[in-house]
Unconditional design. Structure first.
Length: 104
């Protein structure tokens, strides 16, 4: 027997599973996580705790371009996989609840 919360999730996911699979919807899930990660990395980089890295950063301007490209790559990677992971978790829960509902 399913709980009320589980029944609500089944109804919700049946209606929204295709909509939530779309890229822009997943993008909105993972983007805040990626931005927080990048901000923490920039704070760490600009804090100057590692003197040698700070000297390289200030001495060679092309390093900044490489860092910006890496940041964009990190944002897209984290955004894509966080959104997919969230969708997969909900889909797995949905499939388990369907199976539980059929077996009762």
């Amino acid at each position: 027997m399913l709980l009320k919360k589980e029944e609500e999730f089944l109804r919700y996911w049946e209606e929204n599973r295709i909509l939530k699979k779309k890229f822009l919807r997943q993008f909105s899930i993972g983007l805040p996580i990626a931005v927080v990660l990048v901000v923490v990395l920039f704070i760490n980089l600009l804090s100057g705790w590692y003197v040698k890295a700070d000297m390289v950063l200030r001495g060679n301007s092309s390093v900044i371009v490489v860092i910006l490209i890496a940041v964009v790559g990190i944002v897209f990677f984290v955004t894509f996989f966080a959104g997919n992971h969230k969708w997969d978790q909900n889909e797995q829960r949905y499939q388990e609840l369907l199976l539980k509902k059929q077996n009762r």
